[in-house]
Design a protein around this ligand. Structure first.
Ligand SMILES: [Zn+2]
Ligand SMILES: [Zn+2]
Length: 806
């Protein structure tokens, strides 16, 4: 982990700090007001108090534990040389469970020292058994490189740690396979390199004692489902060579880490969640920007520049960007060192520019003490900004989360978070930038106009209480299972006994592979029929990705997954890439390539689509009187048919242009609920308002799903209708936007009453009159947010909640 949080100075968190490749910049002593005073002054600015909640997160002393008796003296001495005098209790507990052979996941806060929890048992075993080996998996090469430095710094004899990834020179690979006993790699390399070449790895795998899976919460959705099978393939090869490694996983705090880790590995996993590391105190405020006066007209409230988020929706609430810019100006004027996190690069620049302007208006020249910070700066530019902040020449920085990759800035007096960053882990990571030893700091979450943000600022327990958001994946997804079984069969013929390892649906998938001519069945098992190995991309989703290429230079700007390409890259689309605006000249579907040129027109584009959905099968359902709740397979057909151009400054529609794109089909998993028409009439929803009521409920429900499962609203689709031919009733569908499903709809079904309760509350608690982006409007609506009925959406959800069992 490269980041730091509340526990900055204690020796036992050193392994995490040491592993950071980034420089750590710590500001000098604070001269500004106390967090409580500062917050009081910020709140006193406007007419209405925008603060919905203040949480004092008290400083927490660490709870150290003695070194476990099994930890050899030379290992303790090595850690002591790195400044670790004793483990924290959670580290010792997880390490001992793992040493005793239990699969364990340690799910505690950022920089709580999770690495010690796996380094301790793994290295103790390597020292005790000179033949044993350890395999470490990180989601990124950079993290693996950080861990390599941390393990190498311990200078333990005979461990010979080494990274093995795409960048490893051929000449070194053989040496690593033969001699390294602590190999650090990533799931892609395990999938493409290690497992297909298992014969060369037989010595290593035969002696494999531990598999460490770091940052395991990043393995979610379709990617996570692929990784789950890569791990099953690893376990199969280990079993063939006679080893049964212990799995140790490290996760961000999340709901139910034991279940998520169990799904990922296919093994029973014990969770350690009690964080015993120390942290500094933080005053944490939840801030909801005020509603705009109704007569302020459509042209004033829009930010001066488009940020690509919600340009199309009529704003009724002051924008989070403006609010954050004002807060940044105010804290800087107080002499408080402040970091503002903004989701987009352009947004960060808008915040910095507005804060500078406000400061210069107050005191000419004061604006120079605020800057924007983003990825893509040259190393020297970044160092200069860090130096300026360290010395107090600079007091305010507006940054995207690129900062997390560039440098560790710690010991700031205040952190402003413009919009919920999507997960609690990121939220705490950003808030953790505030606070220096012995001093309290201020953190402020400024709600964006999004139903999830609205919910969170009114439900502090969702932020400060026990986590509910879970990492979800679905290894049973047939679109993942079949190609993974093909990979497994290439590595060694599949036997009937293997099928249990790959879970439900494996037999069916194997039969399909036989029917398709990929596998041949023999008395001894199923054989891969081809010479070449199956081509399977762990990160491939929704068809081949579309390349975005700048016409004039041929430069590849990036890729967009096939599923979103029609929406984002149709001819004429305005496409934002890292905050820079491009216009699409041509989308070539045959070559999977969109040609673009840099241009910043004063309009934005909004694709419209037509979606059709049919129910294929029902997996599970709850019959609750007038309400039905279902989980099942569906076929979704959608076609992007046109796009609107809208003036950025006013939201005015310039024109609607037709598009000629083919329909796309998706077989996936959906959750849906139905209501009887009578129950709606009884609840006061007029028949003419049913479509708007269901549509509004659908939008908000999609917006709130990230509360229950780590996903993005772009991972999910929805459809609502006053009567659906398959259900013959008013129905709201919410489906996974990935072929075969990714676990999101399933999680929604499993937590349906909590999910829809939160949805209902987010709508009801939004102070707007008739619906806004903070509650029922959606930035990705294919129908232009029409029709929508906010009050009737609450009635619909009340009917569902009144009937659905908890
Ligand atoms: Zn609203
Ligand atoms: Zn919609």
């Amino acid at each position: 982990m490269t980041s730091n949080d509340f526990s900055t100075a204690h020796p036992a968190s050193r392994p995490e700090l040491e592993s950071s490749s980034a420089a750590t910049v710590s500001a000098g002593p604070s001269l500004g007001p106390t967090p409580a005073d500062l917050l009081r002054r910020l709140r006193a600015r406007g007419a209405a108090d925008p603060v919905t909640h203040v949480e004092r997160v008290p400083a927490r002393p660490g709870v150290p534990a003695p070194w476990p008796s099994w930890a050899p003296p030379e290992l303790r001495a090595a850690f002591a040389r790195r400044g670790v005098v004793a483990p924290w209790q959670h580290q010792a507990q997880a390490a001992t469970l793992a040493y005793e052979g239990e699969h364990v996941v340690v799910a505690t806060g950022t920089a709580s020292g999770k690495s010690l929890a796996y380094q301790l048992p793994a290295l103790a075993t390597l020292l005790a058994d000179p033949r044993a080996t350890v395999l470490y998996l990180a989601p990124t090469k950079a993290l693996a490189a950080d861990q390599l430095r941390a393990v190498a710094a311990l200078e333990l004899e005979g461990v010979r740690p080494a990274c093995y990834d795409g960048d490893t020179p051929r000449a070194e690979r053989e040496w690593i396979r033969r001699h390294s006993r602590f190999v650090l790699t990533n799931p892609d390399m395990l999938h493409h390199g290690v497992l297909p070449g298992h014969a060369q790895w037989s010595g290593f795998l035969r002696r494999l004692a531990y598999v460490v899976i770091d940052e395991c919460h990043t393995y979610r959705g379709v990617f996570g489902s692929h990784v789950a099978h890569v791990l099953r393939r690893l376990r199969r090869q280990c079993a063939r060579f006679g080893s049964t490694p212990v799995f140790v996983l490290a996760s961000a705090t999340s709901g139910d880490p034991s279940t998520a880790a169990g799904r990922l590995t296919g093994l029973p996993v014990t969770a350690v969640t009690e964080d015993a590391s120390p942290r500094g105190g933080v005053t944490f405020a939840l801030w909801e920007p005020p509603l705009l006066p109704p007569d302020s007209g459509p042209s004033t409230p829009v930010p001066p520049q488009s940020t690509g988020d919600h340009d199309d929706l009529q704003q009724v609430r002051r924008s989070a960007l403006r609010e954050t810019a004002d807060l940044l100006a105010d804290t800087v004027a107080e002499g408080v060192r402040t970091l503002a996190f903004v989701r987009s690069r352009k947004g960060a620049e808008v915040v910095a520019a507005n804060a500078r302007r406000a400061l210069d208006d107050a005191v000419p020249g004061l604006g120079d003490r605020v800057a924007a910070y983003r990825g893509g700066y040259l190393r020297e530019e970044r160092r200069e900004l860090e130096r300026a902040l360290l010395h107090g020449d600079l007091l305010g920085l507006a940054s995207t989360n690129a900062l997390e990759l560039g440098v560790d800035l710690i010991g700031l007096d205040a952190v402003l978070i413009c919009g919920y960053p999507g997960t609690r882990a990121s939220l705490w990571q950003q808030a953790g930038r505030a606070g220096r030893s012995g001093q309290e700091a201020l953190a402020v979450l400024v709600a964006r106009d999004d139903p999830l943000d609205t919910y969170l600022v009114h439900h502090p327990e969702a932020i400060f209480g026990a986590p509910v958001e879970a990492t979800v994946l679905d290894p049973a997804n047939p679109y993942v299972l079949a190609p993974q079984l093909a990979c497994a069969a290439f590595e060694a013929p599949l036997t009937p006994a293997d099928l249990a390892l790959f879970g439900d649906g494996a037999k069916e998938a194997v039969d399909q592979l036989v029917a398709a001519g990929a596998l041949r069945q023999r008395p001894t098992g199923w054989y891969w029929r081809h010479r070449e190995r199956p081509e399977v991309d762990l990160r491939g989703e929704g068809g081949a990705p579309v390349c975005v290429v700048e016409s004039s230079t041929g430069r590849l700007l990036g890729t967009v997954d096939g599923g979103s390409s029609h929406f984002l890259l149709h001819s004429g689309a305005v496409y934002l890439h890292q905050g820079v605006s491009y216009v699409v000249d041509d989308l070539d579907l045959v070559d999977g390539c969109a040609l673009v040129h840099a241009e910043e027109p004063d309009w934005s584009t909004h694709a419209r689509d037509v979606t059709d959905l049919s129910v294929v099968s029902v997996r599970s359902y709850v019959d609750a009187g007038p309400v039905g709740m279902f989980l099942g397979e569906v076929d979704v057909t959608s076609q992007v048919v046109s796009y609107q151009r809208r003036r950025i400054a006013t939201g005015e529609v310039i024109d609607t242009r037709p598009l000629d794109l083919p329909a796309r089909e998706l077989r996936t998993v959906a959750v849906w609920f139905t209501l009887s028409p009578q129950s709606l009439t009884l609840a006061g929803v007029q028949p003419a308002d049913v479509p708007g009521a269901l549509h509004a409920a659908e939008h908000a429900a999609i917006g709130l799903l990230p509360l229950m499962a780590t996903c993005d609203r772009w991972d999910i689709g929805g459809l609502s209708t006053a009567v659906h031919p398959d259900t013959e009733a008013p129905t709201v569908f919410v489906y996974d936007g990935h072929p075969g499903g990714a676990g999101f709809a399933e999680r929604a079904y499993g937590t349906a009453s909590a999910w829809l309760r939160a949805t209902r509350d987010a709508i009801a608690e939004c102070g707007c009159e008739s619906g806004c982006p903070s509650c029922v409007q959606s930035p990705k609506c294919g129908n232009g947010n029409n029709p929508l009925s906010k009050p009737d959406a609450i009635r619909v959800l009340d009917v569902v909640l009144a009937n659905l069992p908890e």
